[in-house]
Design a protein around this ligand. Sequence first.
Ligand code: ADP
Ligand code: MG
Length: 685
Amino acid sequence: MDLYTDIQYIKGVGPKRAYSLRRLGINNLRDLLLHFPREFEDQSNMVNFLTGIHNQKNAFIIQVKSKGVLSRPRKGLSILKVPVTDGTLDGSLVWFNQDYLKDRFKVGEKYFVYGKYTANRFERQILNPDIKPYLEGVSTQGLTPIYRLTQGISNKEMTKIIHNSLDNYMNLFNNILPAELMDKHNLMDSIISILKMHKPSNYSEYERARRSLSYEELLVLQLGLLMLKESNSNITEGISFIVNDELYKFIDTLPFKLTDAQSRVVNEILENMTKPLIMNRLVQGDVGSGKTIVGIIAMYNAVLNNYQAAMMAPTEILAQQHYISIKEVLKGRDVRIELLSGSMGKKAKDEVVRKLKEGEIDIIVGTHAIIQDGVTFNNLGLTITDEQHRFGVKQRLNLVDKGINPDVLVMTATPIPRTLALILYGDLDISIIDSLPPGRQKIETYAVGTDYEDRIYEFILKQIKEGRQAYIVCPLIEENEDLDIQSAEELYNRLKVGVFKDINISLLHGKMKQREKDDIMLAFKKNETQILISTTVIEVGVNVPNSNVMLIINAERFGLAQLHQLRGRVGRGEYKSYCILINDSNSKISRERMRILQSSTDGFKISEKDLELRGPGEFFGTRQHGLPELKVANLFKDMDLLKYAQDDAFKLLSQEDFKTNPKYFNLRSRIKQLWNELSQETINI
Ligand code: ADP
Ligand code: MG
């Protein structure tokens, strides 16, 4: 038995539950023990039927009055009602389709129950409660962990499996932190922290455990990134490009003047490119700040040096768009540009692959297709990943592997606070495009309820009469591509024959054939269609400056960063632009999101708020930034820890004995393990 033992063989699991657990990303014992409660329920706050809060979960102590009664109001539904009293008033416990509970209760016995309470003039009910026998003299049941669950496993089962494993296998974990660091920051060791995360005696103990593990997590990440940077920059010699006049002539002939921010970043890049060391640079810039042209300039420079350059984009639409604009910008110059995407026919693809290998292509633009096995370059000198946050570290490195120490540029619009960026992209140098091209107007943003729908459509009609175009985006419902499409399709079918019957409108979603998508996108670009109804496939990068309205349906289903990205599809030209968010949720967090978007268009500010509002996993999952998911650390709450971790990491690395002293052994192994999980990249430890 070790930490990587398959989950199926853990006591109390078996094949069926293993299947459920895997859906939660729990594949082995380690995953299980690090599956921490998402919250605790404090059951020490007892209420009775008078003081209970309607429609909320409450904890009661009740006594069973008589045997439970089953009824079957319709096929497939059975209701079990158990009459109870709390000593003052009567009520019932109610379960649906759980007949087996009928004989669980002894009449006259007291129970501790916890569940949603509903009360009206006629009845008081506690729905589907958790129950435990009540023990006289115990006034509190302590903190009950609530775990993230999936179908096929209840909170009770999850708790039991985890607690069982804690009892049996905690000795398999190592303590990661050396004593000096634990003392310095008043932290607990790893093993105790993990235990207390699951079974704290009170909230302050929980918080101390959480901080200990957060620090550990951040320190490991920070050390890992710094070591990665070290091994990239010190060991590897790169290409020394030359910057010749041709490049500056090209920049001068662009249809617009580069902004100061763009020029600065171009210079930073060119300086890197001329150095004999590998360039590893992140270009960060808000949506619409003009990253593409910066990338094109770098690629053209590589081509002028007789090297190939590759640009990878996360969606076919975006790759296609880049392909078109790169061809446009470099028109009349001796540069051979091709597109490679997964949906191309085999013959066309084979031809591109062949040309690439034989050096008959200078710039290749594509999707993941360009990092597939079998794609080889003649002499790849520069790789660019656009919208890096959509890729992982692994994919970035895969592209790099296609050449011999090519220079690397990654671009992202996910704005994260600069201090964070420095820390999080510890293995990259950073350039920031911190201003927008001139003439951009503020995008007016409104959040409204569904009752405004008709008025909004009228508004869109008016804009279209003035020559503009509009996007309407439907949400991703529970990551289910089918439902997702359905909602966009439904809306499309409704509007096409309704309010927009005299207008050319089109539908776009991810499951369409590539040809179809291209045609639709192209028609929209050429203003042959005026309204594009779509799923979030247009989220990143799409650029149609004539469109000035972005309508987002069910905006409450999107995160802040995503809403900001979507909003960035408009306001790209000279026209006054509007973003309208239809939001019918009354939850505090979604109202707060809407408020933030209405009051700010600054991606950096918005991302700070995003960090504050979201959980750490959500903000920081691989999908967001291409970095390992943080299981415990919350970058907003734990900013202080992040700072400590960074300082300590620098200090440790400068210590002669860090790579040899046994007291750092566990820490070093943990770093190694992290990168092994993430990529094939080996770092020198
Ligand atoms: P993003 O940073 O979001 O990738 P893009 O590179 O797509 O932004 O640029 C957005 C739009 O701004 C494009 O239409 C581009 O041609 C235009 N643009 C870029 N730089 C400038 C500039 N210096 N002056 C005017 N327009 C610019
Ligand atoms: Mg872009």
